[in-house]
Ligand binder design. Structure first.
Ligand SMILES: *Cc1c(COP(=O)(O)O)cnc(C)c1O
Length: 388
């Protein structure tokens, strides 16, 4: 009865009419979520025929041992394995990943992609009074995670030649500093000596997000974990191991840090098939070594092409290149967007960050196979002709 009554009186025309019937979920949302701008991932087009150079995926299939391992996992216990929860800590995989980098099992934690790891780090090491620092131009997920957590996010400008402003970071009092190394979206690679200098001088934690380390001549920063207690080195199987679809990432750090991260981790954050696939991948070193070398050689070819046509770019230490289109001295956001649309008409997808003024005169181009890059080059040449 009472319900009946209130229903009659509530949506009255006198008190605002239509708008009263609109359900605004934001009114129920936490303060930090209400005004939140979510992370925008690169497009995953449906249908075939696309040359996908927009999300830095590996252009070759994963090791054949990966499919075998997934099928074996699926078939185990007479196809009964998936009935059972996975190992909660991804124990076997922790050991394999740690040993791959010359560390011990206690130094590793596995995530549902490295985005999961970054989320764990933000949850564990920041809040409304513990600030996060990062370079201006970094992986654009960090500020989103910081905002959700209600943590202040501070950006630092690079010095000359991408120098890390170590003094300013040390004086800032941030609790944790996220360093994308090699950097995204610029593709600049930091020498390990510079990373080490930051670890040595800075009193807070440094998370080195090395998603692109397999393509960098300076190699991985994982060995610094033994030397510096404030180092967290995260990476992913999405870029260098051809497993973006599987969602596996990790962090390497001293065991106390791993212990804290484990406290905020979902109990079963990595599924059985992902654990099996990642284990097979990390063990097949020769396969990935060969293909990463191939990608780096295609990268050199692509950079030579960009130089020849006069597009500006910095030398890449990753599997992508940030390039600024220049034709007859003209450049800018219109040019970048124009080329982006032109490529898309040719079914070639690259990444364009329209709303970021720091890079909206450039395109981020993933290094694909030589065949894919041939199509890219042909399409770019056509566009240049149309601009003259
Ligand atoms: C792609 C990427 C990630 C996320 O990787 P996932 O494992 O796919 O979540 C993290 N950091 C950087 C810098 C990346 O480019």
């Amino acid at each position: 009865m009472r319900n009946e009554k209130s229903r009659k009186t509530k949506p009255s025309a006198k008190r605002g009419g239509k708008s009263e019937n609109i359900f605004d979920a934001n009114l129920f949302a936490a303060k930090s979520v209400r005004g939140l701008k979510a992370y925008v991932p690169g497009e995953q087009p449906s249908g075939g025929g696309w040359v996908k150079l927009n999300t830095n995926e590996f252009p070759y299939p994963p090791s054949p041992k990966v499919a075998k391992a997934i099928i074996a996992e699926l078939k185990g216990k007479r196809y009964g394995n998936l009935r059972l929860y996975p190992n909660p800590e991804s124990r076997v995989l922790r050991k394999a990943v740690a040993e791959h980098f010359g560390l011990e099992e206690k130094n590793a934690i596995i995530g549902n992609g490295s985005d999961d790891i970054l989320n764990l780090a933000v949850r564990a090491f920041s809040d409304s009074s513990l600030r996060i620092g990062a370079m201006s131009l970094s992986y654009s997920l960090y500020p989103v995670l910081a905002n959700i957590q209600g943590a202040k996010y501070e950006e630092f400008d690079f010095g000359k030649n991408f120098a890390i402003p170590i003094k300013r970071i040390c004086e800032s009092g941030v609790n944790i500093f996220f360093l994308t190394s090699p950097n995204a979206p610029t593709a600049h690679g930091f020498e390990l000596s510079q990373v080490e200098k930051l670890l040595k001088s800075f009193k807070g934690l440094v998370l080195i997000d090395e998603a692109y380390a397999p393509f960098c001549r300076y190699g991985s920063a994982a060995k610094l974990v033994k030397k510096y207690k404030n180092a967290i080195v995260s990476s992913t199987m999405s870029k260098g191991w051809a497993l973006a679809g599987m969602r596996v990432g990790w962090a390497l750090a001293n065991e106390e840090i791993i212990g804290v991260l484990d406290k905020v981790r979902d109990s079963y954050n990595v599924d059985r098939l992902a654990q099996a696939a990642a284990l097979a991948a990390i063990k097949d070193k020769p396969y990935y070594k060969r293909l990463c070398a191939k990608i780096m050689s295609t990268r050199t070819d692509t950079e030579k092409f960009l130089d020849k046509i006069g597009f500006e770019h910095i030398p890449s230490s990753a599997n992508f290149i940030l390039a600024r289109p220049v034709v007859n001295g003209r450049h800018g956001a219109d040019m970048a967007e124009g080329l982006f649309e032109h490529l898309k008409k040719d079914k070639i997808l690259v990444r364009y960050f329209a709303s970021d003024k720091r890079v909206n005169d450039s395109l981020r181009i993933t290094v694909g196979t030589p065949e894919e890059m041939k199509k890219f080059k042909e399409s770019v040449r056509k566009w240049i002709e149309s601009q003259k």
